[in-house]
Ligand binder design. Structure first.
Ligand SMILES: Nc1ncnc2c1ncn2[C@@H]1O[C@H](COP(=O)(O)OP(=O)(O)OP(=O)(O)O)[C@@H](O)[C@H]1O
Ligand SMILES: [Mg+2]
Length: 112
């Protein structure tokens, strides 16, 4: 099982939901977040001083899925959610050690 932390532009959420639905993801958690990447939120210099990082509203979706579908999801996110402009977002992938469905006690991939 892998956890995808998918950070995207807010107006791309509907497209992301369609992708995850098509790949039969078992669920998702969505948060409104603030962040910046390489461009530090595009802040310019003020009187020669570099201003601090500027945080821009983004959406973060957390999705835990079976290993087999991770690559397909990544490929489709790049295809459908890339505008080619800076700030499109990122996906971080990490291994999930365990999962449990609270209602039934199912563990592992059966719980996803
Ligand atoms: N290294 C990071 N760690 C945690 N969050 C990050 C990181 N990089 C980007 N993010 C999150 O992703 C959002 C979008 O990042 P962004 O797409 O601007 O990344 P980038 O590396 O600057 O790429 P690009 O050059 O295409 O803009 C940020 O607002 C932030 O929430
Ligand atoms: Mg950026």
């Amino acid at each position: 099982m892998q956890k995808l932390e998918i950070i995207i532009r807010p107006d791309m959420l509907e497209k992301l939901k369609e992708i995850l639905n098509r790949h039969n993801a078992g669920g998702m958690t969505v948060m409104s977040v603030m962040g910046c990447g390489n461009q530090k939120g595009d802040i310019n210099e003020y009187k020669g001083m570099r201003l601090n990082m500027n945080l821009i509203p983004k959406i973060m979706a957390i999705v835990v899925v079976k290993d087999e579908i991770v690559d397909d999801i990544l490929v489709e996110i790049q295809e459908k959610l890339s505008s080619g402009k800076v700030g499109d977002g990122k996906v971080f992938v990490c291994e999930v050690r365990e999962a449990m469905r609270i209602r039934t006690g199912e563990r592992g991939t059966s719980a996803v």
